[in-house]
Design a protein around this ligand. Structure first.
Ligand code: NAD
Length: 496
């Protein structure tokens, strides 16, 4: 029988990399000619020299967005008409699934088996979902004095800047631009300098779908480009996903400029609690491995702190070590690979430094801890498990954003909950127990935006709001609640 699976390596050689910004309906280079290198982290080769958007490009894009928004050509469309265009956009993303997946894999090192089945299809699904939602989210008629009619409506906010990270480039971008476009806004996407290619390609698909010029623009660039956008007096909202450190800067830029709305999806250090009545230790250990090693641990929701009860600790860790073997790093273009390359040399050094610090802090490396595939020219790290003597060890507190799991042992339920909440973050948490009452009680006490019981990272559908408590940010991506971020509420009172 013929093999119809794509030959990814062959296809990768046939790709063209668009490397310019997309402003007002066309691709343009930076006026001052500046570029940055886009590097394949699996082998260190330069894929493209991408336009570094500066002040001129930011000004051009914001002006085009404002004109396009004010024209009403997008915000003034009937919701059904906007939905039709967005559904065409989603269909085009699907049609170009393999190309977008390849861009993602080459650009940031994730396995092609993931980018082609999770990232690219997830972006199409997200655009579709919000397209379907917009004519099903009515306003309100408020109970009021009978001589009045009181309407409560939502209006698009205007020009939205979406500043996004590199770990799920196309998916994180879609979680911002899909609800923002659906609500009628003009969106400027600023992808990470480590992974700009998929967003740049999306811009042409948006135009082909019929999204008017100026309504969907892409400004590749670095932190300085993002800063200019976030300080701009004519940008009405910044939707940001990235580190807590930069999230705080974004809040400051809003305060220094026009008090633009800021929505911040930030870091995490999520606990995965294994209670002694864990219903299935083998399954829980496999899931704990996936929770930290999926996407090379470059996950805001990574289950990076394993809290395990002393009675089952040894049995659990033995299962975990077995499960970790299926996460050995491999060539991201090989469909059999489950863990790919670390995004770049800087991130690689950061993760390796954390592993070194753990040893210096008196922790024990139970598994991994070294670089892998060192002859590839790329950046790979073994799945790593570190046993920590106490929760003050740096690798138990700081977000590593790599395939490094910190293990802490507890004796009582109270101790487990205290350990779980002993973090500046609050993005996600999980608990494993056979007792439904314990599950509910623990879930209520965990200070996190998402709690999983007897699972991890479930909920790929758009229905659940996604975001954090505490310094994991504010606002929520996904679900109908995300539409609220890109709209202003208006009360209209009509005297009869
Ligand atoms: P980062 O904060 O370094 O960069 C994110 C984006 O901000 C990039 O586009 C970058 O160019 C831009 N940027 C950098 N400095 C800036 C500045 N001064 N002003 C404006 N923009 C600036 O984060 P990263 O390394 O790309 O991504 C990893 C982080 O993202 C992790 O902390 C991770 O937890 C977080 N993350 C959170 C979620 C979530 O939904 N909560 C999802 C994915 C990633």
């Amino acid at each position: 029988m013929a093999d119809h699976r794509p030959d990814w390596k062959q296809r990768a050689t046939e790709l063209n990399f668009e490397h310019r910004a997309f402003i007002n309906g066309q691709y343009v280079g930076a006026r001052d000619g500046r570029t940055f290198d886009c590097v394949n982290p699996a082998n260190g080769t330069v894929l493209a020299r991408v336009a570094l958007s500066g002040n001129h490009e930011v000004e051009m894009a914001v002006a085009a967005a404002r004109r396009a928004f004010d024209s009403g050509d997008w915000s003034g469309l009937a919701p059904r008409a906007r939905a039709t265009i967005l559904k065409r956009f989603a269909a085009l993303i699907r049609e170009h699934n393999d190309e977008l997946a390849l861009l993602e894999t080459l650009d940031m090192g994730k396995p092609i088996g993931d980018s082609s089945t999770i990232d690219a299809p997830g972006a199409a699904y997200c655009v579709d979902w919000y397209a379907e939602a917009i004519d099903k989210t009515p306003g309100e008629v408020a109970p009021v004095d009978p001589k009045l009619v009181g309407l409560v409506t939502r209006e698009p906010i205007g020009v939205v800047g979406a500043i996004v990270p590199w770990n799920f480039p196309i998916l994180m971008a879609s979680w911002k631009f899909a609800p923002a476009l659906a609500a009628g806004n003009a969106v400027i996407v600023k992808p990470s300098e480590k992974s700009p290619l998929s967003a740049i390609r999306l811009a042409a698909l948006a135009r082909e779908a019929g999204i008017p010029d100026g309504i969907f623009q892409v400004l590749p660039g670095d932190g300085e480009t993002g800063k200019q956008l976030a300080l701009h007096m004519d940008v009405d909202c910044i939707a940001f996903t990235g580190s807590t450190q930069v999230g705080k800067l974004i809040a400051g830029y809003a305060a220094q400029s026009n008090l633009k709305r800021t929505w911040l999806e930030l870091g995490g250090k999520s606990p995965n609690i294994i209670l002694p009545d864990c219903p299935d230790i083998t399954k829980a250990a496999r899931t704990a491995a996936a929770a930290i090693f999926f996407n090379m641990g470059e996950m805001c929701t990574a289950g990076s702190r394993l809290l395990v009860h002393e009675a089952i600790r040894d049995a659990f860790l033995a299962e975990l070590k077995t499960a970790a073997q299926s996460w050995a790093p491999g060539d991201p273009l090989d469909p059999a690979t489950s863990m790919g390359a670390i995004v770049d040399g800087r991130q690689f050094d950061k993760v390796m430094a954390y592993i070194g610090s753990a040893k210096a802090d008196g922790a024990t490396v139970l598994l991994g801890g070294s670089a892998a595939r060192t002859d590839s020219g790329g950046w790979f790290i073994e799945p790593t498990v570190i046993d920590c003597p106490h929760p003050q060890v740096t690798v138990c507190r700081e977000e590593i954003f790599g395939p490094v799991l910190s293990v802490l042992t507890f004796r009582t339920l109270e101790e487990a909950i205290a350990l779980a909440n002993d973090t500046e973050y609050g993005l996600a948490a999980a608990v494993w127990t056979a007792n439904v009452s314990t599950a509910h009680q623990v879930a209520r006490r965990l200070r996190a935006g998402t709690v999983w019981v007897n699972c991890y990272d479930e909920g790929g559908d758009m229905n659940f709001p996604f975001g954090g408590f505490k310094q994991s940010g504010n606002g929520r991506d996904k679900s109908l609640h995300a539409l609220e971020k890109y709209t202003e509420l208006k009360s209209t009172l009509i005297k009869l």
